[in-house]
Design a protein. Structure first.
Lengths: 342, 244
């Protein structure tokens, strides 16, 4: 994704030079749309297989459910770029990086959205000069510890207040541990240069232009990767048989691992995953808690979004580390707050 | 990808969200509470795309401003943005239906249960002969209500027909956010009529819960109560296909 060919540069700047006669992406798009309309009957009959139809419905459902949250995220990202100068952010956050990680984790409570919203926001925070460790902590904390998620977990597990506490503690711990790990081991060059670029501070009317333009560009960037994530999760939803998870009731270690993988595979919205966890009643509480801690921190959809926003080098290191940390934090939180496997 | 193409895609995708919100198709994919989010999200997408188109047209007219584009940093190839075409095509051309029998046979997840939950009493037998109940309410009462509120009561249920290996089931899918988290609730229907109907036929049945002893249908994953059918009517597919 980092190579920039001449043709891309040409395409990116419509105002450059006299227009050459060549096939542009606008024309490609028109051809794609025309072909699809002409082939509509064929397309619909191709989706007549039950499994394919189920996959298509799940795909559209994940997109339809997540896109409004992504829009919210890019609006916040645009607002930060346009209206919050870097020096204000520097003033608000503590000077010490570890303290900033703590503040970022707790401030995740304020962004009431699911995980898709937090990726563009975290990227913009880094762009505006916030330490990456703090921004990444925010990225992991926001989707997991906000009030909507807490309430929906409480509703899904009535009579199990320990589950709510354990989820909150496990998720917050995951976010902070990852932030502290980044301080110790993280390297700025893992993140692609374009995610680090700082937008110039602007004033007056230009602010609104920056706001709209940043939000638009972020939406186009992240939207494509969200669609990729939705495709992966829909495919896995259909391909991976449910029965794999039924026979795990008494094998606790395997159960935890499989539930952690399932959280990555299903890519559920963090506001809904508690209900799915509640429905897997054959399993003890601990594996289901791990499912709830891992899901909002890393899943197929988030991995695609992170790779698109921060670059592949970053995502390939960050995602597996998050997975391991989240599993550990989930298990520890479960042992402390649930008092065992249960 | 050119800016123009990106803007067209944003307009199309925002339009797709608004379209399914207005014609009610969104109920196939998400729960009703998502409607304001969908409309607002779609509107913002259309606005962002529209503003960019207008600004480009204006600045193309005033040619001396041409250099201003450089600031916006579009110098990386946004190949992934092509994927935005996929949901646009899926919504406008394929319009996938709500989940049905395929998801019911695929899933082994059980409806969440609340042992010891208090169930409000059903209306008095003298007032109402046939009590309409949601399928999820019926199944959890059958499994967990210790006061036996269903005993001997005639209830009306609606759902679609699914043939499993050993039973004919009446099923509904319950979603808590979007169709990706759907799980099924089922009852096993007695009688020949239901057995002859094809999968995914929507029916309304009246009848009673088969009492303890032979009350649970065998060969199914999870708890599936048996339902003794008195009347069975085919109904058109409802607008709200899911329970919440």
């Amino acid at each position: 994704m980092t190579t920039v060919s001449d043709s891309d540069l040409d395409e990116a700047d419509p105002s450059r030079g006299p227009r050459r006669r060549r096939i542009t992406s606008v024309e490609v798009l028109c051809v794609v749309l025309l072909l699809a309309i002409v082939g509509q009957t064929w397309l619909q009959s191709a989706f007549d297989l039950p499994a394919l139809r189920t996959g298509a419905t799940v795909f559209v459902a994940v997109c339809v459910q997540a896109l409004p949250f992504l829009v919210l995220g890019v609006l916040i990202s645009g607002a930060i770029a346009a209206f919050v100068p870097a020096r204000v952010l520097r003033k608000v956050l503590p000077r010490s990086e570890s303290a900033a990680v703590g503040v970022a984790g707790v401030s995740g409570i304020a962004l009431a959205g699911c995980e898709c919203a937090s990726v563009p926001v975290a990227r913009r925070l880094i762009g505006q000069g916030v330490a990456p460790s703090a921004a990444l902590t925010f990225l992991l904390a926001a989707p997991a510890v906000n009030p909507i998620v807490i309430v929906s977990t409480a509703v899904a597990f009535p009579g199990e207040p320990g589950m709510v506490l354990a989820r909150f503690a496990g998720s917050l711990a995951t976010a902070m541990v990852m932030g502290l790990l980044w301080i110790r081991f993280g390297k700025l060059e893992w993140i692609v240069e374009r995610a680090l670029r700082k937008l110039p501070d602007v004033h007056g009317k230009a602010r609104w232009t920056t706001f709209a333009e940043t939000a638009r560009a972020d939406l186009v960037d992240a939207g494509g990767f969200l669609v990729l994530g939705a495709l992966i999760s829909a495919a896995l939803n259909v391909v991976v048989p449910d029965s794999w998870f039924g026979a795990l009731g008494d094998q606790i270690v395997l159960g935890i691992l499989v539930m952690a993988v399932l959280a990555v595979v299903l890519s559920l919205c963090s506001e809904a995953d508690a209900f799915v966890a509640a429905s897997l009643s054959a399993l003890p509480l601990l594996p289901r808690l791990v499912f709830l801690v891992v899901g909002p921190a890393i899943d197929a959809k988030l991995f695609a979004l992170q790779a698109g926003t921060f670059g592949k080098t970053f995502a390939l290191r960050f995602a597996p580390a998050t997975f391991v940390v989240a599993v550990c934090c989930g298990v520890v939180a479960g042992l402390v707050f649930l008092g065992g496997v249960r | 990808m050119r800016r123009e193409t990106q803007n067209i895609l944003l307009l199309l995708l925002g339009g797709a969200l608004i379209k399914i919100s207005l014609n009610g198709d969104y109920l196939r994919y998400v729960k009703p509470a998502h409607l304001p989010w969908l409309i607002a999200g779609g509107a913002v997408m259309v606005l962002l795309g529209g503003i960019a188109v207008v600004r480009d047209l204006v600045s193309a007219k005033a040619h001396q401003q041409g250099g201003a584009h450089g600031e916006h940093g579009h110098d990386h190839p946004a190949r992934a943005a092509w994927l935005l075409v996929v949901p646009v095509l899926a919504v406008f051309l394929v319009a996938p239906p709500a989940l049905g029998s395929d998801s019911v046979t695929r899933s082994t997840a059980d409806a969440p249960t609340e042992p010891g939950a208090a169930f409000p009493p059903l209306p008095d037998e003298d007032d109402v002969d046939v009590v309409p109940l949601s399928l999820s309410d019926f199944v959890s009462r059958a499994g967990w209500d210790e006061t036996g509120s269903l005993d001997g009561r005639t209830v009306a249920l609606s759902g679609f027909v699914v043939h499993s290996e050993r039973n004919t089931l009446l099923a509904r899918l319950v979603i808590s956010c979007c169709a990706a988290d759907a799980f099924p609730v089922r009852v096993a229907l007695t009688g020949e009529r239901a057995a002859e109907l094809p999968d995914d036929t929507w029916v309304e049945v009246t009848g009673t819960l088969v009492p303890d002893g032979e009350g649970e249908a065998g060969g199914e994953a999870g708890y599936v109560p048996r339902f003794k059918v008195e009347t069975l009517t085919e109904i058109p597919e409802p607008r709200d296909r899911y329970e919440y």
